[in-house]
Design a protein around this ligand. Sequence first.
Ligand code: Y39
Ligand code: FE
Ligand code: FE
Ligand code: FE
Length: 231
Amino acid sequence: MPQLEATSTTLDFQSASYKDAYSRINAIVIEGEQEANDNYIKLAEMLPDSKDELISLAKMEIRHKKGFQACGKNLAVDPDMEFAQKFFSGLHQNFQTAAASGNVVTCLLIQALIIESFAIAAYNIYIPVADPFARKITEGVVKDEYSHLNFGEKWLQAHFEDSKTEMEQANRQNLPIVWKMLNQVEKDAKVLGMEKEALVEDFMIAYGEALSTIGFTTRDIMRMSAYGLIG
Ligand code: Y39
Ligand code: FE
Ligand code: FE
Ligand code: FE
């Protein structure tokens, strides 16, 4: 991949511009891992049959958070946590509202499908352009994220017929928020050597494959993806 080689030779992890962009991206990842932890604890309350598994996923998210905090420290970057909280506020609010109403399908779609697919895309695109310390950490983390996506797939697949309508509604409500998040992060991601087009592509592959595993047809998936794009 000549594009990646060209990028990695020009990145200066100590430059002011790299560290400025990293202060927001690193904060997003730290905040995302913390919220993922909170979300899996909430899901453990909502799904008592899967409580132990969900608590173990929650613990993994806290380990991820600590790993990414170490990545920021390693570059002497102070993460902009206020920015990151705003960045996640749309999905955060929708998860809280769904949880308060007992809408477990919506909660699973937001955390275990959408946010995990976003994480898988971001981490896979980041690994080849990361500094060596962060690369090692991120390689360990991304393996876990596939297992989190897999939890959501398995549960929603087993409850497909009962969950289909709620999944379609939750998709329509939350996918447009993901496109807004990607637009907000596009410039900073580029400074880190990550292209928005690659992030979108990897996100749609992970999310589309998950929807297919769960039981949606290709036609459903096309329609659901388009709803996301047009809001
Ligand atoms: O399940 C998880 O661990 C997810 C919380 C983490 C989400 C990370 C979101 C990353 C978006 C970064 C965008 C950078 C281009
Ligand atoms: Fe994680
Ligand atoms: Fe995760
Ligand atoms: Fe743009």
